[in-house]
Write a protein that binds this ligand. Structure first.
Ligand code: DGJ
Length: 751
């Protein structure tokens, strides 16, 4: 009997918790309250709730009866007349799970019985480790809100900032931790905040994993009670995992339908996003610095700024979520936002020459590149110091006197005379032990004294956290950019950290290297851009090892992968665009057979694969036939006609290349629907099957669109023009057969 009673009490408590949760997440009361002004933050003093609206999203939280900042609602935008009651902390789950675990909160300290992932965990100098953060004050300014929390007894303050993007409903969150006590304390874990999703048992988590040469694999798995950790412990963002997530409710099989909550962390160092579902099906997503090997001592009066953590909601599936992110990146993240220029078509000689660069060879390639319409010529690795292989030279950033006896000027002048601008490869954070720099400053690298300094690609990592190293990197690049007319830097970073010691500071400060390194990297990039405003920068890390919303605030484009095989690129680029806009996705046309897979493809196939992002050419032009030049010239000209749509339009993934698919189709629609471009690929025909009919999306149904084939062939009954409704419902039949075939067509609104 007793057992039964206890069990009933337990069931009653769980039901009560679930009921309250349902009320809080879904039960917007219609009690008369002042309506939330459009696209603004509204604070309701009566209920102590905050409501932030933007795009098609409402985000609501409030101060509950315990003084905690309780998450209330995040989802589809609600009518302004709706408001929420004052939140109440939820009941405990028996004696094992105190209310702090059942009550969804915006930001938690580790203390007071918290078992879920904390946002902040500290150790005070007296050994006390309890931290309970309660609301103190707030301030509203337009679309921004700051809320101050404080520990219940000690002067540890956390200021949470929220800024809503009015167009996309993407919310930027961050936190500032301040020590206003009179003793230092150590931060052992620090996140920017926690996103709380409605409690539900049918979530699918999407995330991106990979390795060098095989980045951007889209993973999808059901969420269950427990924790999924997405992270990098490597000192930088990593190829292995990217700080992005997309969580779908229900099992929608359609790209463009269904509820999706998504987010991305703006941090290029070791990071962590924990996706945790508890036993009552609540989902919390907490992201910030990776707590592994982490400690940051905050002295009295000091503060620690957490990275920006962006989150959004879409009722238009994973496709809608990525379209919102793309728009947001273009309008709010990139250095040239809100209106970044379309990326120029570039040439890069890395795959053609590797380290074997010299003045005459580069000038010849530049002439050939200019002849097909290239707008930017980039010289890659091998131009500096004693850099003839990857064994030497990193750190010595002066032109190699044998390869460039007159410096870089003759080559740069030549490139300019051909009507292109000039870009240069650098890897400023690295040093080869075989270099003048390392011989002069062996103490400048990450290291633990007396321990091996593990070399990767024969190089070690300069410790950018050191003020002298930071100053040297800035001065070196500043001089390079001042002395030479350089429009573009390809900023490479070809290894992860090992032995991440910083012996020049006291042992208790050493682990701050994880934060200070990245802060200094950002500050160098920012200062360089301020001093050389015309210089654009690409973030490359042996491919896609450093792509995130932190580095993208300072760089105009990224290199998604060293794997340039045009078939592999279909899935690499597919994964990439879940998180990042095609504008920043550099895609080169390289030689066939590809060095990666020894796969042979036509030049047209290679071009159409690359034309789905920011087009570049990385082939050995010295080996091209006159016919190749003609084909390339035609396709570069076509790309220039549609690149605005590809780089700034809305991407619809019509047929996914994943899971062994024989097909891949992507559509890009210009805003406001004047042009659509479709790229279609066939891996290998089977059984004489026709290519699947292509049904377009995102067109203006009533408008008329003119159809034109860019490459390939459509069925003979394809009309020259038809309504948007036609193209979306009757569709287009392509005549594609054979292996590794590609086609592209465009629709242009008839005025
Ligand atoms: C790695 C990059 O991803 C390549 O494109 C090339 O720049 C090499 N580094 C040069 O060392």
């Amino acid at each position: 009997m007793k057992t039964h009673c206890r069990f009933s009490a337990f069931v009653a408590r769980v039901s009560c918790v679930l009921f309250l949760m349902a009320l809080l997440f879904f039960g917007a009361s219609s009690a008369a309250q002042a309506p939330a002004p459009q696209n603004q933050v509204h604070y309701d003093a009566q209920t102590h709730t905050f409501r932030i609206d933007g795009g098609s999203v409402s985000y609501v939280f409030g101060v509950n009866n315990s003084g905690e900042l309780q998450s209330i609602y995040w989802g589809k935008r609600l009518p302004e007349s709706d408001s929420f009651p004052t939140p109440h902390s939820l009941p405990a789950l028996a004696s094992f799970t105190p209310p702090v675990n059942t009550t969804p909160q915006e930001f938690t300290g580790w203390g007071g019985g918290l078992y879920t992932v904390p946002d902040l965990k500290v150790t005070f100098s007296d050994g006390n480790r309890d931290l309970v953060l309660h609301y103190v004050s707030h301030q509203v300014q337009g679309s921004s809100l700051t809320v101050v929390l404080k520990d219940i007894s000690r002067a540890v303050y956390v200021t949470l900032s929220y800024k809503m993007d009015e167009a996309t409903g993407i919310l930027r969150r961050t936190a500032l931790v301040e020590n206003k006590t009179d003793q230092p304390f150590t931060i052992e874990q620090a996140a920017s905040g926690t996103w709380n999703l409605p409690a539900a048992g049918d979530y699918q988590l999407n995330y991106l994993t990979g390795r060098w040469g095989d980045e951007w694999n889209l993973q999808r798995e059901s969420l269950h009670p427990g924790k999924v950790i997405l992270e990098s412990r490597r000192g930088s963002t990593s190829h292995e995992s990217n700080p992005w997530f997309g969580i779908e409710r229900g099992g929608s099989k359609d790209q463009d339908h269904g509820d999706v909550w998504f987010g991305a962390l703006g941090w290029s160092g070791s990071w962590q996003i924990a996706v945790e579902q508890n036993s009552i099906m609540q989902v919390r997503v907490t992201g910030g610095f990776n707590p592994f090997d982490f400690a940051y001592v905050l002295h009295p009066g000091e503060s620690l700024q957490l990275p920006d953590f962006y989150g959004g909601y879409s009722s238009n599936g994973m496709g809608g979520a990525s379209r919102l992110l793309h728009r947001f990146e273009l309008s709010s993240i990139l250095p040239e936002s809100p209106d970044p220029r379309p990326r120029p078509v570039l040439y890069n000689s890395w795959e053609a020459t590797e380290f074997n660069v010299n003045e005459a060879g580069q000038e010849k390639l530049a002439e050939e590149a200019a002849s097909i319409g290239v707008e930017r010529f980039v010289m890659d690795d091998g131009w500096f110091g004693e850099r003839n292989t990857d064994h030497a030279g990193l750190g010595d950033w002066y032109p190699n006197p044998q390869k460039f006896p007159h410096g870089l000027k003759p080559l740069i002048d030549k490139v300019h005379s051909l009507g292109m601008d000039f870009g240069l490869w650098v890897e400023p954070e690295m040093v080869n032990p075989d270099s003048q720099l390392y011989r002069q400053h062996p103490d400048w690298v990450l290291n633990f004294p007396g321990r091996p300094r593990t070399e990767e690609r024969n190089q070690v990592v300069l410790n950018l956290a050191r003020p002298d190293v930071k100053a040297w990197v800035f001065q070196t690049l500043d001089k390079l950019l001042t002395d030479n007319e350089i429009s573009f830097l390809k900023w490479d970073y070809n290894r992860n950290w090992t032995e991440p010691g910083w012996p020049a500071v006291s042992p208790d400060q050493e682990k701050e290297v994880y934060v200070k390194y990245v802060q200094n990297l950002y500050s160098i990039l920012q200062e360089l851009r301020a001093k050389h405003p015309k210089v654009e920068i690409e973030s490359c890390s042996g491919g896609g090892g450093r792509v995130d919303l932190g580095i993208l605030r300072y760089t105009d484009e990224v290199w998604p992968s060293d794997n340039t095989d045009p078939f592999d690129r279909l899935s690499i680029q597919n994964g990439f665009t879940y998180a990042y806009t095609p504008e920043v996705m550099m895609a080169w046309v390289t030689d066939s057979p590809s060095w990666m897979n020894h796969r042979s493809t036509s030049l047209t196939y290679r071009f159409l694969s690359s034309m789905q992002g920011s087009l570049g050419i990385g082939a050995n032009l010295n080996k091209w036939t006159p016919q190749d030049f003609e084909t390339a010239k035609k396709l570069v000209a076509q790309y220039k006609q549609v690149r605005g749509t590809v780089q700034h339009g809305a991407l619809y993934r019509l047929i996914s290349p994943l899971h062994g698919s024989e097909y891949s189709v992507n559509e890009y629609v210009a805003s406001p629907g004047d042009q659509a471009v479709v790229f279609a690929f066939l891996h290998s025909s089977q059984m004489g099957n026709p290519y699947p009919r292509i049904y377009l999306r995102g067109l203006d149904p009533a408008a008329r669109y003119h159809f034109s084939m860019m490459d390939g062939q459509a069925a003979s009954d394809t009309p020259e023009s038809a309504s948007g409704e036609w193209w979306m419902n009757v569709g287009v039949q392509l005549n594609m057969r054979g292996d590794l075939q590609a086609s592209a067509f465009a629709l242009q609104r008839v005025p």
